[in-house]
Design a protein. Structure first.
Length: 259
């Protein structure tokens, strides 16, 4: 996001983010980074007071009915990957890890698929509970970015988290995806509040910084703040303008939206 200004080195980017007043950082690919790089980034985040946000905990079934299938081997592999993520989380001082259930199964009723996802998440949550770590399940839009994905709507994610019934399985509420899938952002935030642990940001259309699209992020941020949320708002989006000017525009957009 700030590569043009801070360079490609992740530690230099962390230093730049901290200098600009950001207080957290998320990295979907953290698990795939070399251990030495994870440790170097963790030291920098600790030194600069940056909280580590989400990283992706497992191999996502972009082209495969993964957790929806009920396949014992796929479920066991998923739980294994979540277990392996514990060491990564400890290394980088993370609490939350992203899970996406995968594609819709073409030959199973939605109710069976839901039951299969609940079982997989329950087993993974049991692994994480003793460590105080949390799976956050992310609903993705299937109209623009991820056609065919099983988990699309916040009410669906809420039902699954209620069924898993664990402090280690909560909702990642991605405001970009949900604006596309169902809109109704503030009422859905309220309805799913007790199962929501994390938010991600992106405006629509374009999936760029607040103010580049149709979402009134000033109102959304105010509402989330007034509900008492003190967690992370993850910036999972691109820049609407190129170069260093575009990177500064991202910072300016957050100042404006959070005022």
């Amino acid at each position: 996001m700030f590569e043009q200004t801070a360079g490609k080195d992740p530690v230099a980017q962390l230093e730049y983010m901290a200098d600009q007043g950001f207080t957290a950082f998320e990295d979907n690919e953290m698990k795939d980074r070399p251990v030495a790089e994870q440790e170097r980034m963790a030291r920098t985040m600790a030194k600069r007071g940056l909280t580590m946000g989400v990283f992706v905990a497992h191999t996502i079934g972009w082209n495969d009915p993964n957790l929806t299938s009920g396949d014992d081997d796929k479920r066991a592999f998923f739980v294994k990957e979540v277990r392996e993520s514990i060491e990564v989380a400890k290394r980088v001082n993370a609490r939350w890890m992203t899970v996406v259930p995968g594609l819709v199964h073409p030959r199973l009723a939605p109710e069976f698929q839901t039951a299969n996802v609940i079982l997989a998440l329950r087993q993974a949550a049991e692994v994480l509970e003793p460590h105080g770590l949390v799976i956050v399940i992310e609903s993705l839009n299937n109209l623009r970015n991820h056609p065919g994905q099983f988990l699309v709507r916040i009410p669906q994610a809420y039902m699954i988290c209620k069924a898993v019934n664990s402090p280690s399985c909560k909702i990642l509420f991605d405001l970009y995806h949900q604006q596309i899938s169902e809109g109704n952002l503030i009422p859905n935030i309220d309805a799913a509040w007790d199962e929501t642990a994390y938010f991600q940001i992106g405006d629509n259309p374009g999936r760029n910084e607040p103010g580049s699209g149709e979402v009134n992020y000033r109102n959304v941020f105010r509402h989330i703040r007034e509900k008492g949320y003190t967690g992370i708002l993850g910036m999972e989006h691109g820049n609407s303008k190129p170069g260093t000017a575009g990177e500064q525009a991202v910072i300016d957009a957050y100042v404006a939206a959070d005022s």
